[in-house]
Write a protein that binds this ligand. Structure first.
Ligand code: BG6
Length: 513
């Protein structure tokens, strides 16, 4: 992929974004005083406004337990937005677009109330009455999701009348295990249609994740080799340098598996491994994703112990800086056995992938922040090079860089210049930033816009969520039965040695990330 230097039209966001304005809507945020609203939702809505995608009749109603009036709510969010603009651009002189913020600010109102109290919903009903379209965004702790659905239903606020839509956006974690995910789906589906529910996974808002589908299905050259005949194995890595920070309480009951695997990592896996959908219709795409996750070989019995590695970070270093171990973090049990690292070997039982291992790993306090998928192709026959100075061939690997680097790299062998046959490893590289204008996006813009226009392709359907949980459930059960040890690793390293050993058993190794 040669990098052309001049692509003026492609670097222009106005050319890239041909999207039309979303329909008028009241956007109700439960948990409006919280971190998610401040850090992600409001900046994403602001960016949609900047791109001209919000209707003049768009309104935001924040709902939370804390007492606050409209003015205090506006200034609370105004400060957060200023911070967002300067922080994202890495430029302390960057300024909020005052016209856009004024536009938003005029459309903000606040309602304080208890989510368990029907009176809150009566008051909310008065605020949204007369408007057709309403999105209810649950930016709250997971324990409120079914409560909110129930209250909204009792107040009659989920009824779609006169052509207006009523949609509910549900954040993660969607359940704590298979049983609770099923129960939550049942509660939501008891009061609204599947088409009204938007289960969000922010990984699907990442351009580079969406690009995996584009790469596979809009290019004729990759799909014919994208199968067991040509692919040796696939690695998926989501490595973070951050620890659990102030989320110890949440994380203690969650751990790396529940936090990352059935949701984010399975999204990445399904993008790489799914069959081509018959169209980009939301249900066509989601059905293919569900199928591939359902085809993952159950991690039952021996596999739940041998093909899973759990780790927990201890104190360590990043350069000269030392960091504390997980057990010393605030709100964490000093004897905690919650994993902050998980690696697994998975197999997919279908004709495309039978016999091709998918190795996945994710962890906190690892050496580098890096989300990456590598597709390792089978080697060419070596026979031709037997009587030459070449002693090994460079493996062909396609790197799908998700973050912080965004792009695609293909690694292959090339002849070194000179009279003798010698080979060297080279790579072709496509870097997103070289081609496309990089806006300070949060990754939520696409998802919010899609919800407003009623496109559920990038949201999880009930069966997608349950498929993910059913794959990891046998491993969770094995842990409950005390069968899997949690291996320590020093912060700032590649994770526990046992993870590397799991691949060595198969004569493979993790690519350094
Ligand atoms: C969240 C997890 O869903 O995703 C966090 O709860 C994790 O623990 C985060 O840090 C990672 O997201 P990103 O976009 O930074 O890769």
């Amino acid at each position: 992929m040669d990098q052309h230097s001049a692509h003026p039209d492609l670097s222009d966001p106005a050319v890239l974004s041909k999207a039309s304005q979303a329909p008028a809507c009241q956007f109700v945020i439960f948990g409006a005083g919280g971190d998610l609203t401040r850090r992600l939702l409001m900046p994403a809505l602001y960016n949609l406004r900047l791109a001209g995608l919000l209707d003049d009749a768009f309104r935001i109603i924040g709902v939370d337990m804390r007492e606050m009036d409209d003015g205090a709510f506006r200034s609370h969010l105004g400060e957060a937005m200023t911070h967002f603009v300067t922080e994202r651009r890495g430029d302390s002189t960057a300024r909020l677009d005052q016209d856009s913020w004024d536009w938003m600010s005029e459309r903000l109102s606040y309602l304080s109330g208890d989510f368990a109290n029907p009176e809150t919903f009566e008051r909310l009903g008065k605020l949204v009455s007369g408007t057709g379209n309403v999105v209810f965004y649950c930016a709250t702790a997971a324990r409120f999701f079914d409560v909110l659905a129930d209250q909204l239903s009792r107040a009659g606020l989920l009824r779609e009348e006169d052509g207006g839509f009523r949609r509910m956006v549900v954040e993660k974690p969607f359940g704590h295990d298979l049983a609770s995910a099923r129960a939550l789906n049942a509660s939501l589906l008891a009061v609204m249609q599947e088409s009204q529910i938007y289960r969000i996974d922010h990984y699907l808002g990442k351009e580079t994740v969406q690009n995996i589908m584009a790469l596979r299905f809009s290019n004729g050259i990759f799909e014919p080799i994208w199968k067991r005949d040509n692919i040796d194995h696939v690695q998926i890595t989501v490595a973070e340098t951050v620890g659990v920070e102030l989320r110890g309480k949440f994380y203690e009951g969650t751990g790396a598996m529940r936090d990352m695997v059935p949701n984010h990592i399975f999204q990445l896996l399904s993008m790489v491994a799914m069959e081509a959908p018959t169209s980009f219709d939301a249900d066509a795409v989601r059905s293919e994703k569900a199928k591939v996750i359902q085809a993952i070989h159950p991690l039952a019995g021996r596999a739940a112990v041998h093909d899973v590695v759990r780790g927990q970070y201890r104190a360590g270093h990043y350069g000269a800086d030392s960091v504390q171990g997980y057990r010393q973090e605030p709100d964490v049990d000093p004897l905690s056995s919650t994993e902050t690292y998980i690696a697994m070997k998975l197999g997919i039982d279908n004709w495309r992938w039978a016999g091709v291992p998918f190795y996945i790993r994710t962890g906190k306090r690892l050496a580098r922040r890096c989300t990456e998928i590598t597709v390792h192709f089978k080697q060419a026959p070596f026979a031709l090079f037997r009587d030459t100075p070449v002693n090994k061939l460079t493996p062909n690997i396609m790197f799908l860089h998700i973050q912080p680097t965004e792009g695609v790299t293909l690694q292959f062998s090339a002849k070194l210049p000179g009279p003798r046959v010698k080979l060297g490893g080279v790579s072709m590289n496509f870097n997103y930033a070289d081609y496309f204008h990089e806006g300070p996006s949060t990754g939520y813009e696409t998802l919010l816009y899609d919800c407003l226009v009623g496109d559920a392709t990038l949201f999880q359907r009930a069966d997608n969520v349950e498929a993910g949980w059913s794959i990891v459930q046998p491993a969770l059960d094995a842990w409950d039965a005390g069968h899997i040890h949690v291996h320590p690793y020093a912060a700032g390293t590649q994770g526990p040695d046992e993870s590397a050993e799991m691949l060595h058993r198969d004569h493979r190794s993790w690519l350094a990330c």
